[in-house]
Design a protein around this ligand. Structure first.
Ligand code: AMP
Length: 431
């Protein structure tokens, strides 16, 4: 199947060719014709499937043909909502790249940056607006954006928007839009909340489901290194140094941990930057750009900041801390092993996180191999501590339980420069 058979115009096909795409991805094959026909869409597709082009290309085509008919009238006709600033910026980049040969105008608005340049941009007139919900509502409140002419609404990464508590903002925004419009919802998961949201605004949607739910790519080699809480940082520095990793994306659960780790790695002589919601937009953009061009070796990120990041051919992902939500593990390791390249996902797991690990293994339906690194053996006398907001939380007033996940003395050891998986993924390690 080609982009031509999908019914895309010559200008769009040219832009796609310039991006180096030769054939449409599965989500594009299904979404593009459906959107061109005018259907509402409910699509389950994660970042990395080509979903952005899947909705951007047909939207550009529809907006442009209406422009041809009625002459240039500038009003926001397509609104794309995303959960994070990074994703908004990336979607806008796609809009610009694919719409390169069309006379359409677009803008991106998100919080954390000055509002005035955005106001100027909106005043000059845009056809396509990419926005995060909070800043869009600020503009709506100040009457610096007119949403009364919106014909297309896209909710990108809708599941993450709900996780981030944007449901009320989304409802407020929808109330500002014309009733008759085409609606497209993209989500990595179809939870009951997503289905409820979809039922409230999608009309007779076409259903698209891409990539089996919660199935990590076969190209990603996953391994767990059991290690004590306080020794994770030393182990990470050692791994990066001894294996000479050049580009590593490291995940922490909290912004505080991301900052602290990035500082400590820098002290160890490893260039690192942190990316999370408390950083200014320019600091986040700079960190990402430095990481992409290799000036920074380690990018330490929280789940929310990393959502939607598109970094080509990332060889290593490290879970410095396991996520509280097991599905986030799959999203995290999906940053590597993309586009047919092999990748490695390493998880440093301490005694506090045994329940998290079990939940992840249940979700991915397999035991992950455990390899103890020589010199970083686990001290079995260390007791588990409670992870804030984690699912290992115990009731107030009761002491944290000792973990029932045992890899005490029967684990395997790796020799310097090598490792062994002997005994590493045996069921016997579970109690
Ligand atoms: P997305 O899922 O939208 O975040 O896209 C993931 C990556 O796939 C981006 O780097 C796109 O540039 C790339 N991409 C999108 N469509 C295609 C295609 N048809 N062929 C090759 N790469 C693509």
């Amino acid at each position: 199947m080609s982009f031509e058979t999908l019914g895309l115009s010559a200008e769009l096909r040219r832009a796609v060719t310039e991006q180096g795409y030769t054939e449409p991805t599965p989500v594009q094959q299904q979404a593009i014709p459906a959107i061109l026909e005018g259907a509402d869409l409910m699509a389950r597709a994660q970042t990395g499937t080509g979903k952005t082009a899947g909705f951007t290309l047909p939207l550009l085509q529809k907006l442009n043909s209406a422009l041809k008919k009625s002459g240039p009238r500038r009003a926001v006709r397509a609104l794309i909502l995303t959960p994070t600033r990074e994703l908004a910026a990336q979607v806008q980049e796609s809009v610009l790249a694919y719409g390169k040969h069309l006379p359409l105008k677009s803008a991106v608005i998100f919080g954390g940056v000055k509002i005035n340049p955005q106001i100027m941009k909106l005043r000059a007139g845009v056809d396509i607006l990419v926005a995060t919900p909070g800043r869009l509502l600020d503009h709506a409140g100040q009457k610096t954006v007119d949403l009364s002419k919106v014909e297309f609404l896209v909710l990108d990464e809708a599941d993450r928007m709900l996780d981030m508590g944007f449901i009320h903002d989304i409802r407020k925004i929808m109330a500002l839009l014309p009733k008759v419009r085409q609606n497209l919802l993209f989500s990595a998961t179809f939870s009951s909340e997503i289905k409820k949201l979809a039922a409230g605004f999608l009309k007779n949607p076409k259903l698209i489901e891409i990539a089996r739910h919660n199935t990590p790519s076969e190209l990603v080699a996953q391994v767990v290194h059991p290690v004590d809480r306080e020794r994770k940082r030393a182990l990470l520095s050692w791994m990066i140094g001894s294996k000479n990793w050049k580009q590593v994306l490291v995940f922490t659960r909290t912004k505080h941990a991301a900052n602290r780790l990035s500082k400590q790695l820098s002290q160890d002589g490893i260039t690192a930057a942190a990316i999370h919601g408390n950083k200014t937009q320019s600091a986040r953009t700079r960190a990402l750009a430095d990481f992409k061009r290799g000036a920074v070796r380690v990018l330490v990120a929280t789940d929310i900041a990393a959502r939607g990041l598109d970094i080509d051919q990332l060889p290593h992902v490290v879970n410095f801390e396991l996520p509280n939500v097991p599905e986030d593990y799959v999203h995290r390791i999906g940053r590597t092993g993309r586009a047919g390249n092999e990748g490695e996902a390493v998880s440093l797991v301490c005694v506090d996180e045994h329940q998290h690990l079990k939940n992840i293994e249940r979700l991915v339906k397999r035991d992950l191999p455990k390899i103890v690194i020589s010199g970083y053996e686990v001290d079995p006398s260390i007791k588990a501590e409670i992870i804030p907001n984690g699912r290992n939380t115990v009731k107030k007033g009761t002491a944290p339980k000792r973990s029932n996940y045992r890899w005490g003395n029967e684990h395997s050891h790796s020799r310097p420069g090598g490792s062994s998986t002997r005994n590493s993924n045996r069921r016997s390690q579970y109690r």
